[in-house]
Design a protein around this ligand. Structure first.
Ligand code: C2E
Ligand code: MG
Ligand code: MG
Length: 662
């Protein structure tokens, strides 16, 4: 028999032992479930204690009073501890392991006392009422416990055994067949309750694990939604939310705050030449170093690409400048990425609250505008937003929209400025210069609207139109007068230019040799050989090329070496200084000499005085252009001028006899 019991115990232990695979979170939840309902513990303690006292009184045996006293004590202690547990839980979400062990001990002690009391009453008295009370109490206790403590199977099974085993033994030993059968049923009830507990436990566990999985998924999604997957810093959405919250909860509208918008200079080149993996690693390192540089003074977020936003609360202008300087200083160190030592620079735009705006989106827009300025001023610098930038931006927007309409509404015009042969005084070329009258802003200078057209892509259709118009107009001039059209550098890299030139020549019927394209030295900037090819192609079909504003770029002589030009136009800044500045004279003379050696024509731009005209003729520049001779004029005036010359009127450039320098 003892062997059978030992075997039974071993089997039950293995079957109902607590799982070691549960996560700490699930374990905590199960312990919490044990203490979950202090009310049920209290009602168990009250009913168990009351019946124990009745049994002690009924049997009138002192030992029974001791057991009843102990049962009351344990029941009350457990009820108090469960209330105390709930308070502890308010301070720490994870209960200490001692709570689990204390519950087990209390539960088993209480169950054992109830079982012992039932056993003793069955043996000490023949009072059937007391027997019903004792057995009923234990049976209902065991039934309730299997559900209540299903979170901890071994606890519940232990309680069932400790309460039911002595009761069933007492019933069997009582010496009555009915009692014996009841004892047997109580014994079988242990297994039935065990199975119910186990099944309930499985269901509880599945529910808890499902809940845990869901909360882990929610945390994961929240991370994905808030943080940039590459660099680990906050992403654009989280940054915007942070800003919105900051402004929403701002109690003091005058508290300063800074937003720094950082953009790496020429990051695309690193990506294109060294590959995206190097680019990505560089961004990761940058994010890390930005965090270190800020050192708690603000938050870093990646706006996208190579752009980062630094949000610095409680930061005044001087501190914001300090942060920007620290960032510049940090960037001046090398970045070591996959064996490459990369030297990078960045441009930073800064906007301040409340001066530059008291709304997150507006401040971001303003920081972006300041960034644009920092880039335009040569990059590798920071700039603070100021309201004139905003006005400028609004004007640019106005002009861009206006230009788009101007392409179709005919408000774009071409004026022509004649360029005279310095010796004969005859018109040799007419330069087409675009004119635009904005519907309500009035006349806008091409120096303002051409760069806007270039940055918005409108320059392509505008040049197409100018080429067509200029070629058609030139058909009305004498055959020996050429027309010059200005071409933006960006267009010289596109196939569209050759197409537009061919189409203008074909539709107008103008001979290619009468069309001259004026380009500036900036065509050499970022040239991958395409402009050389395209210009070569255009020259082959007979077009002439003029190098405009010669001497103002960074590669004046190099552009003469790389491309074949037919005309060099000496920039008006040199012509203007001819009388005061010996250096300008030296440069103008050298260009005249250089052009003669290269066998190309020259144009002196910006002649405003007789002295300038005399001088450029003297040094041998072959053509002259300037307000002293003629301003840019509309087509009808130009035709009248040409008619006048034909009728024998003197050319403004012909009244001084040419003198060649020795
Ligand atoms: P640019 O090609 O160097 O044109 C010469 C500019 O100098 C013209 O200014 C002309 O009016 C001005 N100019 C001529 N003689 C004198 C003078 O004696 N004194 C002074 N102070 N200025 C003189 P404009 O018409 O304002 O054009 C400015 C620039 O805009 C042009 O410089 C050219 O780069 C660009 N541009 C004009 N029309 C077009 C066009 O159709 N396409 C492109 N891509 N650019 C154009
Ligand atoms: Mg020009
Ligand atoms: Mg020029």
């Amino acid at each position: 028999m003892p062997n059978l019991l030992r075997l039974l115990y071993a089997k039950m232990r293995a079957h109902y032992a607590p799982s070691t695979r549960q996560s700490a979170e699930v374990r905590d939840s199960l312990v919490k479930a044990l203490y979950a309902s202090p009310a049920s513990l209290m009602s168990g303690a009250v009913s168990g204690g009351a019946i124990s006292l009745v049994l002690a009184w009924g049997t009138a045996v002192p030992a029974m009073w001791v057991i009843a006293g102990l049962a009351v004590f344990v029941g009350v202690s457990r009820s108090i501890s469960s209330v105390y547990f709930q308070r502890q839980l308010a301070d720490s979400d994870s209960p200490a392991p001692i709570w689990g062990q204390a519950y087990e001990l209390g539960a088993w002690l209480y169950a054992g006392l109830l079982g012992l009391q039932a056993f003793a009453s069955l043996l000490l008295t023949r009072d059937a009422t007391l027997h019903v009370l004792a057995v009923g109490m234990v049976a209902s206790y065991a039934g309730g416990i299997s559900g209540r403590n299903a979170g901890r199977v071994h606890v519940a099974v232990g309680q069932t055994c400790l309460s039911l085993l002595p009761t069933s033994l007492g019933l069997m030993l009582y010496g009555d067949v009915g009692y014996f059968i009841l004892g047997l049923l109580c014994f079988l009830m242990i297994f039935a309750m065990g199975e119910i507990t186990k099944t309930t436990h499985r269901i509880v566990l599945q529910a808890l694990e499902g809940k845990q999985e869901k909360s882990q998924l929610a945390i994961k999604f929240e991370r994905l939604a808030r943080y940039d997957s590459l660099t680990g810093v906050e992403n654009r959405m989280a940054m915007q939310m942070r800003l919105r919250e900051m402004f929403f909860s701002r109690v003091n509208d005058t508290a300063p705050m800074a937003i720094l918008w950082l953009d790496l200079d020429r990051f695309k080149e690193i990506n294109d030449t060294l590959g995206h993996i190097v680019g990505d690693q560089l961004l990761c390192q940058l994010a890390e170093r930005l965090n270190e540089t800020l050192d708690g003074r603000g938050h870093v977020a990646r706006f996208g690409g190579d752009e980062f936003i630094l949000i610095c609360p409680d930061t005044g202008r001087a501190q914001a400048e300090g942060i920007a300087q620290d960032v510049m200083h940090m960037l001046s160190g090398d970045f070591s990425v996959m064996g490459y030592h990369l030297a990078v620079t960045a441009s930073v735009g800064i906007a301040m609250a409340p001066d530059d705006g008291i709304d997150g989106d507006i401040l971001l827009q303003h920081a972006d505008l300041a960034l644009y300025l920092a880039k335009r001023e040569g990059r590798n610098r920071f700039a603070f937003f100021d309201w004139s930038m905003k006005e400028r931006q609004e004007r640019v927007y106005e002009l861009e929209t206006g230009l788009r309409a101007a392409l179709t509404d005919g408000s774009l015009r071409l004026h022509y400025q004649p360029i005279f042969d310095a010796i004969s005084g005859r018109i040799s070329i007419c330069e087409a210069l675009m004119r635009w009258n904005h519907p309500f802003l009035g006349p806008v200078s091409p120096s303002e609207f051409i760069p806007i057209a270039e940055s918005s892509g409108l320059i392509e259709p505008m040049t197409e139109w100018a080429l067509k118009q200029a070629c058609a107009d030139a058909m009305q001039w004498p055959d020996d007068i050429r027309v010059a059209v200005n071409i933006s550098p960006a267009l010289i890299k596109t196939d569209g230019l050759s197409r537009a030139v061919m189409s203008a020549l074909l539709t107008s019927g103008l001979k290619a040799r009468r069309l001259e394209l004026e380009v500036t030295e900036s065509i050499l900037l970022e040239d991958d050989g395409r402009s050389h090819m395209i210009l070569g192609e255009l020259r082959r079909i007979g077009l002439r090329l003029a190098l405009d504003d010669f001497g103002t770029g960074y590669s004046s002589l190099a552009s003469l070496r790389v491309h074949d030009f037919d005309t060099i136009k000496v920039d008006q800044s040199f012509v203007r200084g001819i009388h005061e500045n010996p250096r300008d004279r030296a440069i103008a003379q050298s260009v005249a000499f250089l052009a003669r050696q290269l066998g190309v024509e020259t144009v002196a731009e910006g002649i405003e005085t007789q002295e300038q005209l005399d001088y450029v003729r003297d040094i041998g520049l072959t053509n002259v252009q300037g307000f002293a001779l003629s301003r840019p004029i509309p087509m009808d005036e130009l035709l009248k001028l040409m008619d006048g010359f034909r009728a024998g009127l003197d050319s403004p450039a012909a009244n001084i006899p040419a003198r060649k320098i020795a």
